[in-house]
Design a protein around this ligand. Structure first.
Ligand code: ADP
Ligand code: MG
Length: 400
């Protein structure tokens, strides 16, 4: 891979230079309080930021948060993230209240060597995600004006053709940060020649997001365990009733086809935790996966399924990739499946990779030891697209 790295940039010398760092500070926020629910993504970029400040660079950090619609929206402000980033860095972070406007210009101009600025949410600007090259380019020009060099450390965003990851590197000397480099190193071992047996566990909410990766992985994996909201479309494809569980009707046929071609590699739940409603305090019990009552909703995999999945993960497995929670783990009543599978992965001797924002958050929310996993990826969509073998715009932009 012909990508220049942060070490190359540091070797050139950065004192006094403004270095624009695209980070992925898109942390999950508590739906009630708006507080940062998990700061894993902030911590993941600290090695890159620390190396730059220590070397005396003027560090200008930019990121998106959530999905604002191209204009300022206070609920998606990066303000709280600036506070947490400062605490974790042990240095104050100068926060600009706009992305490329007057506040940003003043903040960047006022930076001393070794100091850090954070710009307001990139997606408060239409140009960031625009499909129009000119509109994106114009925004990229404004961003690029804040840096003498560019570091991409936003692995969670490299699969997006957005101004800050795709167009800015075309305008500035560019390198990959520590996090992006590590992610690519790890994921390339999975696409290259993973040690076998290789077991993949998929969950989460949307099947349609994950069909392509299932398709790509089927020839390579020995076992594919499917739980989470996506399992119901597969159960439906087997002819089972799924009640009011998550179902993507237009994907049933595709799932049936995948099951037919999977040579028995795909393992589905045999029991599920079915609830009266999608609510933390809903009445619930364990029912067989082949007969979910019509008025009930499956919110977790059942204990027998957990035991079966755990057994499949244990038996001599050498490599594991896990993406997507097994149930609605945010509600304690429906977290047991995710916990059971996560514990089985943590306890396995295999080299394990966890991909996906919510999966990584689940590992920490359930109090599991992060060190028990080989690698916890900060990128959900990005890690999946990498495993699909797609060209990631943000990585391609660094290669040029
Ligand atoms: P990741 O971010 O790790 O890639 P996803 O975003 O695909 O994972 O999915 C995570 C979400 O899936 C979680 O918020 C979780 O509550 C939800 N989920 C898991 N199981 C179910 C289910 N049975 N019904 C509805 N939602 C579910
Ligand atoms: Mg997610």
């Amino acid at each position: 891979m012909s990508i220049r790295t942060l070490d190359d940039l540091l070797a050139e010398g950065v004192p006094g230079r403004r270095v624009l760092v695209r980070a992925d500070l898109n942390v999950p926020l508590d739906k009630q309080t708006g507080e940062i629910a998990d700061d894993g993504r902030i911590r993941a970029v600290l090695p890159t930021l620390g190396a730059l400040t220590e070397a005396g660079a003027k560090v200008v950090v930019c990121s998106h948060l959530g999905r604002p619609k191209g204009s300022p929206d206070p609920q998606f402000s990066l303000g709280p993230v600036a506070g947490r980033l400062g605490e974790l860095l042990g240095a104050s972070v100068h926060f600009a209240t706009d992305t490329v406007g007057e506040s940003a210009r003043d903040t960047v101009a006022g930076l001393a060597d070794g100091e850090v600025a954070l710009l307001e949410n990139l997606r408060f600007n239409k140009g960031e995600t625009s499909k129009d090259d000119t509109e994106r380019g114009a925004f990229a020009d404004q961003l690029a004006a804040f840096g003498d060099a560019y570091v991409d450390d936003a692995f969670g965003a490299v699969h997006r053709k957005h101004a800050s990851v795709y167009d800015v590197p075309a305008r500035l000397p560019h390198v990959a940060g520590r996090l992006v480099l590590r992610e690519v190193e790890v994921l390339s071992t999975l696409t290259g020649n993973p040690e076998r047996p290789y077991v993949v566990v998929l969950g989460g909410s949307k099947v349609s997001d994950k069909l392509a990766v299932i398709e790509a992985l089927l020839p390579t994996v020995d076992r594919l365990l499917i739980g989470g909201g996506m399992c119901f479309t597969f159960l439906k494809a087997q002819g089972h009733e799924v009640g009011s569980s998550l179902l993507e009707k237009d994907m049933v046929e595709t799932c049936r086809n995948l099951l037919e071609r999977s040579e028995g590699k795909i393992m589905l739940p045999v029991d599920v935790v079915a609830a009266d409603a999608f609510a933390p305090d809903a009445a619930h019990d364990v029912v067989p996966a082949d007969g979910i009552p019509s008025h009930r909703v499956g919110l977790d995999i059942g204990p027998e399924t957990v035991a079966g999945f755990a057994a499949a993960l244990r038996t001599g497995t050498r490599t594991i990739f896990w993406n997507g929670p097994m149930g609605v783990f945010e509600m304690p009543a429906f977290a047991a499946g995710t916990r059971g599978v996560a514990e089985a992965i943590a306890g396995s001797e295999a080299f394990s990779v966890v991909g996906g924002g919510d999966s990584a958050a689940a590992v920490r929310a359930l109090g599991l030891d992060e060190k028990a996993f080989g690698h916890i990826s900060t990128g959900g969509g990005a890690s999946l697209e990498y495993l699909e073998g797609k060209t990631l715009p943000g990585i391609a932009a660094l290669e040029n």
